[in-house]
Design a binder for this molecule. Structure first.
Ligand code: PLP
Length: 451
């Protein structure tokens, strides 16, 4: 270690910090990697290493690091009105202007926003809102929400219950009652001998099966990410969403498209719902809303839901930081920047086609069974045998590859033996080339270790 401060920070980490999603023993053995600054698509650690951030932080730094406009927007708002709440019939300009801006970008009819502090809080809000909606309509038995195994909707009790991460459910007795799960549309991992199209239809039909099992009159909503992110960038087969939409139309059930990752340009459209032509009733958002510069989330709600909520008396729900003025000002600056620089269009027409083309070249690597992706989000599957899709068992190939990436100046995330990326939306072609070259080097290093 060249910087004595690194060790001091690592000591603080051991002595005083409990990190999220972390195995504490493993962390304490190795010491935390300390990130000290960032610019554009790059991070620097406390040892001075420059790292290409292939994950945009946690899928959130859409406009890239170091955007002065967002800093200025926060500072100006702090001077003007650093805090006020939206409870009890008050409001402030940044939250209202932001709600209007989001409504203009969202699919038609999604014209109201309930603000939260995070994506998890957005999904807690969803659970309470959809139940309140049905109760207001005189159908209080419609309480069950259906999610998907391996979906991710956050870390609070409701978020983790709606999500289908079995490791999370195992800690703390989740899911809470009234939440059910169906299989995910993960063709490569679970499609067996089926064609992607047949598997997509099969996976969608699991929704109908579950609705009938639970009882039509008891299902309030179905929640799903347009592309499952944390589950390993599960891009559904083309047949999946049309079939799901058909089933949702047949039964009287609300559809919640969790846009926390897909929202604000990740797919090359403003929302994943536009990419797949979904017609959600509710859309949880967060992350790219502020490009991660400050915490903020929300639920975008369709007017047909709002009309019912209007009749429901007080919706007894809210957070101290719902629509926080500083966060709202940063979100507005972020959206204006995305618009002014044409970043979403640039993703759609320039960088996404280029990244997806170059990413698929990795499928030729001996370790890679499949390379897939949409927009600026992508995954590769690491396998022992490309023909049979057999994995390397017990070797933690994904974690090895992730470590090689860190050591070679690239952040790629491992979900089991699936490597995933979601770089800042401002990544350019040269930086994409660098990402692909580094990924290939790390795949070489990994395959050498395990074969
Ligand atoms: N929903 C999705 C699809 C997510 O990916 C995440 C976070 O990764 C969340 C919800 C939770 O958001 P937060 O971590 O802001 O609570």
């Amino acid at each position: 270690m060249s910087n004595p401060q690194t060790e001091q920070w690592q000591t603080l980490s051991r002595q005083h910090h409990l990190a999220p999603f972390t195995d504490y023993q493993a962390l304490n053995r190795k010491g935390a990697r300390i990130i000290t600054k960032a610019s554009g698509v790059y991070l620097w650690d406390s040892e001075g290493h420059k790292i290409l951030d292939g994950m945009a932080g946690l899928w959130c730094v859409n406009v890239g690091y170091g955007r002065e406009e967002l800093v200025e927007a926060a500072a100006a708002q702090m001077r003007e009105l650093p805090y006020y709440n939206l409870f009890f019939q008050t409001a402030h300009p940044p939250a209202l202007e932001l709600a209007q801006e989001i409504a203009q970008l969202a699919p038609e009819g999604l014209d109201h926003v309930f603000f939260t502090g995070s994506g998890s809080e957005a999904n807690d809000t969803v659970l309470r809102m959809v139940r309140h909606y049905w109760a207001t309509l005189g159908q209080p038995d419609k309480q069950v929400v259906i999610g998907r195994w391996n979906g991710y909707h956050g870390s609070t009790i409701a978020g983790a219950s709606l999500g289908g991460m079995k490791g999370m459910h195992a800690q703390g007795g989740l899911p809470i009652p009234g939440i059910e799960h169906i299989d995910q549309p993960y063709w490569y991992g679970e499609g067996g001998d089926m064609t992607p199209e047949d598997f997509g239809v099969w996976a969608a039909e699991q929704l109908e099966k579950k609705i009938l099992d639970v009882g039509e009159g008891r299902v309030a909503a179905f929640i799903a990410e347009p592309i499952q992110g944390a589950g390993g960038v599960i891009v559904p087969p083309d047949s999946y969403w049309p079939k799901v939409r058909e089933i949702l139309a047949k039964y009287d059930i609300l559809f919640v498209a969790d846009e926390v990752i897909c929202g604000f340009g990740r797919t090359g459209e403003w929302f994943g719902s536009q990419y797949y032509d979904l017609k959600p009733d509710l859309m949880p958002i967060a992350k790219g809303l502020t490009s991660g510069y400050i915490p903020m989330g929300g639920v975008v709600v369709h007017e047909r839901v709002v009309k019912v909520l209007d009749r429901g008396g007080e919706f007894a729900h809210g957070f101290t930081y719902s629509g926080h003025p500083v966060a709202a000002a940063v979100a507005l600056a972020n959206i204006r920047l995305l618009k002014r620089e044409g970043i979403v269009t640039q993703v759609k027409t320039q960088t996404a086609p280029y990244l997806q083309q170059r990413w698929r070249e990795l499928a030729e690597h001996p370790l890679v069974g499949e390379a897939r992706g949409v927009g600026l989000v992508a995954a590769i599957e690491l396998v022992k045998n490309k023909e049979t899709r057999e994995r390397y068992s017990g070797l933690e190939v994904g974690m090895r590859c992730r470590e090689h990436c860190f050591a070679n100046g690239l952040v790629m995330r491992a979900v089991g033996d699936t490597m995933i990326i979601a770089p800042p939306l401002v990544i350019n072609k040269e930086e994409i080339d660098e990402l692909i070259d580094k990924a290939r080097t790390c795949l070489d290093l990994t395959v050498r270790e395990v074969s």
